[in-house]
Design a protein around this ligand. Structure first.
Ligand SMILES: [Zn+2]
Ligand SMILES: [Zn+2]
Length: 254
């Protein structure tokens, strides 16, 4: 699959220094999307149709709520709610009707269908779960990140100064390494793929080794022998470690 190449944001994210550039890009896309969805764009018919169909996941509801635009948030929910209500009611009623008509059928049909008479309810449960787990923001972030991941691989393969800077920064966090490698396996030449594997292995190992030292120092600060001291690398080590292991989720202290 080919994606549109968008080098400037990817280069900028790498130029910012250590830390995963893909997580940085994800954060920027998310912040912009949250603001955008509470702004004028949500009134555009295309966006409105998608918001109505997909809604927002709990994480993105919290971020939207944090924008303190209660009217904008309420208007979106007021648009999404009737459609969701209609779909949920239709699913449940259709299943209730199906069960009722099955029970009214002939004895032979009821006995032969006995094993599977609840299969419809299970399917209905899956559809209800899908109805309450889709998120237009998650979809937008995923689409943007696929494009950025593709661009990163393109720059890695074609721009030696990018590759140098990317590797010097320690490459990417562990979950992003998985995403990067999954796309690299589809898109890269075997030679570039081999280099990337080596760089990811070294990058992650070096970053994690440093974080292990820093985190150890952080825990040693709680020993009374070190009361009042700030040991080397300890500041932000807990946050950096979590962010490397699971992708950016904790802001580092200043
Ligand atoms: Zn990352
Ligand atoms: Zn979401």
């Amino acid at each position: 699959m080919r994606y549109h190449i968008d080098t400037i944001p990817v280069w900028d994210a790498v130029k910012e220094g250590k830390g995963c550039p893909l997580c940085r890009l994800r954060r920027t896309v998310e912040e912009n999307d949250v603001v955008r969805f509470l702004g004028g764009s949500v009134m555009e018919p295309d966006t409105r149709v998608q918001v109505n169909a997909k809604g927002f996941c709990p994480r993105h509801q919290v971020l939207l709520y944090g924008q303190q635009n209660r009217l904008g948030h309420a208007l979106m929910m007021l648009s999404h709610l009737p459609e969701t209500r209609a779909r949920a009611s239709a699913l449940l009623k259709a299943e209730a009707d199906a069960l009722r008509s099955g029970q009214k059928g002939s004895l032979v049909r009821r006995l032969s269908g006995r094993k599977d008479e609840k299969a419809g309810a299970r399917t209905c449960a899956e559809k209800l779960k899908a109805l309450s787990s889709s998120c237009i923001l998650c979809d937008s972030i995923r689409d943007n990140l696929l494009r950025y991941t593709y661009t990163l691989l393109h720059l890695y393969s074609t721009d030696s100064s990018f590759r140098r800077q990317f590797v010097e920064n320690g490459c990417v966090c562990l979950p992003c390494a998985g995403d990067l490698l999954a796309m690299a396996a589809e898109e890269m030449s075997p030679k570039d793929l081999e280099s990337l594997l080596g760089d990811l292995a070294d990058g992650l190992d070096n970053v994690m080794a440093q974080e292990e030292k820093d985190l150890k120092n952080f825990t040693l600060q709680f020993d009374w022998h070190n009361a009042g001291k700030t040991l080397e690398g300890s500041t932000g080590s807990l946050e950096r470690t979590v962010n490397t292991l699971r992708g950016y989720c904790l802001k580092e202290p200043k």
